[in-house]
Write a protein that binds this ligand. Structure first.
Ligand SMILES: NC(=O)c1ccc[n+]([C@@H]2O[C@H](COP(=O)([O-])OP(=O)(O)OC[C@H]3O[C@@H](n4cnc5c(N)ncnc54)[C@H](OP(=O)(O)O)[C@@H]3O)[C@@H](O)[C@H]2O)c1
Length: 260
């Protein structure tokens, strides 16, 4: 798919996806954001026109990528259809949102969901990021696959039900673990020990996942059934009731997994 693209959205995802698409030789026609500085920052890097109104979107692109907050996709799609018509090809980039949210507005639609956690401030290697694509139209699905393969070695067709499950799994694997890292960071800071000391342990936890499933890698007081150690930890966490609550729930679930 030698493609001309309009990016509707200029947040974390659009920033990285837009750069990867431009690097792969796609022509990015326009970048929309409500905030001119956001549209301008990305558009200037990828040689596109920055716009701040959906009414300024032109209908010359072959593909329109909606990369706005999940809650805004439907409204933006409706406004976009009024502007470019129902015949244009439109995809969104959300893991949590069904492709069918676009069905009332466009005849051929789909999803282009790169499964990674993107932050503007951190560069990313798109080649290693799985891209989950889906379309209601078999030919478009092949075209989206071909486009995705220009960016990444890892491209999968994932339907709405599968993508929903994958997104929930990703919340556990990334969002929740990162919150647990935040707790570890804040506890170590408060007790004047360096969080850096934990980095090799965190790295090893991830490295082991390449060799065997997480259930086989579990260690710690709850896994061993060291209930005395677990109660000492719980007592030490009394000043932090929210951490104490999480410690108790997680320990119970780990204990039950191996001892019941
Ligand atoms: N970040 C990730 O790691 C990641 C990974 C995979 C998929 N995704 C998906 O990609 C999409 C964008 O996520 P993101 O992380 O890039 O979000 P983000 O950084 O918060 O950016 C959100 C974008 O949506 C725009 N927006 C929000 N509400 C809007 C509205 N009511 N009308 C018009 N535009 C609106 C924002 O406009 P302004 O620029 O004016 O604020 C901004 O351009 C989401 O569907 C998300 O699920 C994100």
């Amino acid at each position: 798919m030698s493609t001309s693209i309009t990016l509707v959205g200029a947040g974390h995802l659009a920033y990285h996806l837009g750069k990867a698409l431009a690097d792969a030789g796609c022509q990015i026609d326009q970048v929309f954001s409500r905030t001119f500085a956001h549209a301008e920052e990305l558009a200037s890097i990828i040689g596109a026109q920055p716009i701040t109104s959906i009414k300024a979107v032109e209908n010359r692109s072959q593909l329109y990528i909606i990369a706005v907050s999940d809650d805004a996709i439907e409204k933006v799609a409706e406004a976009l259809q009024a502007q470019i018509g129902q015949d244009k090809i439109v995809v969104h980039t959300s893991g949590a949102t069904p492709a069918t949210i676009l069905a009332p507005f466009f005849i051929r639609y789909g999803v282009f969901y790169p499964l990674q956690s993107f932050s503007r401030a951190k560069e990313t290697r798109f080649q290693d990021i799985p891209i989950c694509i889906y379309s209601n139209d078999a030919q478009l699905e092949r075209q989206l696959s071909a486009l995705a393969r220009q960016l990444s070695h890892s491209v999968e067709v994932v339907d709405d039900a599968e993508r929903k499950a994958l997104h929930i799994a990703a919340v556990f694997a990334n969002n929740f673990t990162n919150y647990l890292f935040h707790i570890a960071h804040s506890l170590s800071n408060e007790h004047n020990v360096s969080f850096e000391l934990l980095l090799p342990l965190i790295q090893e936890t991830v490295d082991k996942l390449h060799h065997q499933p997480p259930k086989a890698n579990q260690t710690g007081p709850a896994r061993r059934g060291d209930l005395k150690t677990a109660s000492q930890h719980l007592a030490a966490l009394a000043p932090y009731p929210e951490y104490q609550q999480l410690y108790e729930i997680l320990s119970q679930q780990i204990f039950d997994l191996y001892h019941k």
